[in-house]
Ligand binder design. Sequence first.
Ligand SMILES: Nc1ncnc2c1ncn2[C@@H]1O[C@H](COP(=O)(O)OP(=O)(O)O)[C@@H](O)[C@H]1O
Ligand SMILES: [Mg+2]
Length: 330
Amino acid sequence: MAFLEIKNISKKFGDSIVLNDLSIKIEKGDFFSFLGPSGCGKTTLLRIIAGLEFPDAGQIILDGVDITNLSPQKRNTGIVFQNYALFPHMTVFENIAYGLKIKKIPSTEINKQVGDVLEKVRLIYKKDQNISLLSGGEQQRVSLARAIVMQPQLILFDEPLSNLDYSLRIEARNEIKRLQNEIGITSIYVTHDQSEALSLSDKIAVLQNGIAAQIGTSKEIYFKPANKFVAEFVGHYNLFDKESSAELFKYPITDNEIAAVLPEHLSIHKTTELSRVIIKDILFAGSFVEYILDHKEVIFRVISTTSDKAFTIGENVAVAATRENIQTII
Ligand SMILES: Nc1ncnc2c1ncn2[C@@H]1O[C@H](COP(=O)(O)OP(=O)(O)O)[C@@H](O)[C@H]1O
Ligand SMILES: [Mg+2]
């Protein structure tokens, strides 16, 4: 039996179905992400796991115990919120010690446990600082420390990096990964950011219209998307219909199928023939160059890591992909 079983969970708000008979199994020690666009029900599902919301139908089974109807305090889960939800008038130490004090842990023990966790998140030197004086990244680490110190069976992250700017986000992401590796707590991470989910997770569930469109490892989801939605949302695949697929790649598909190719799996070449593929734009992004192409008003993208200055906007080019890099999806 899986460590956490989300079994046939359904949830409506008014007339809108947010979760529709959703089932997901999570193994002990895994870093598992729920990935999906804004409004797809990620936070709702996380709140149901935490006991902050109750499902209309279905069960949550944690380590063999049905916790569906338990209050949040009776579940051994920790949450790291998007806005950190720290106590602004308290110090770092007081914020982290708060839950232990409520549990009436002796103060010498509290000092030890908070000290240990502050070492883990590398914030021991900020122990007595007021929360309001910390940077966003530091607050995020305090929030994580506050969850870890309670030694939860499960730690839940709700878009914890979304309030940080780009470089801090990368740093904080790596910090979360390092800590999870070190501590090994089963973690559920909610995000709408596919690169965050891909880089952090052992497994991902891609959520679409209240169901899991696909559950798999980062590589499975990226390289073998189960449907058009996953292909576009996670890998930003180019999608070609029967006619385009035949003309561009001589790759036959039926009317109901789509040929999907990753932008980095396409290459562009000089041609003397009239290819009907035109370079609409060239975007230099530092480590890669993105070409925006047009084939009979179908726009698609090629990403190249070699900055070939030989191409110009408006030029007629040929494109190619190897057979194994073209996928037929529905
Ligand atoms: N308490 C609530 N009452 C009514 N509608 C809600 C409530 N919570 C969430 N919703 C709606 O449910 C849908 C899913 O919300 P949410 O789980 O927050 O999505 P996500 O976290 O993926 O962005 C949204 O359309 C949202 O407006
Ligand atoms: Mg949310």
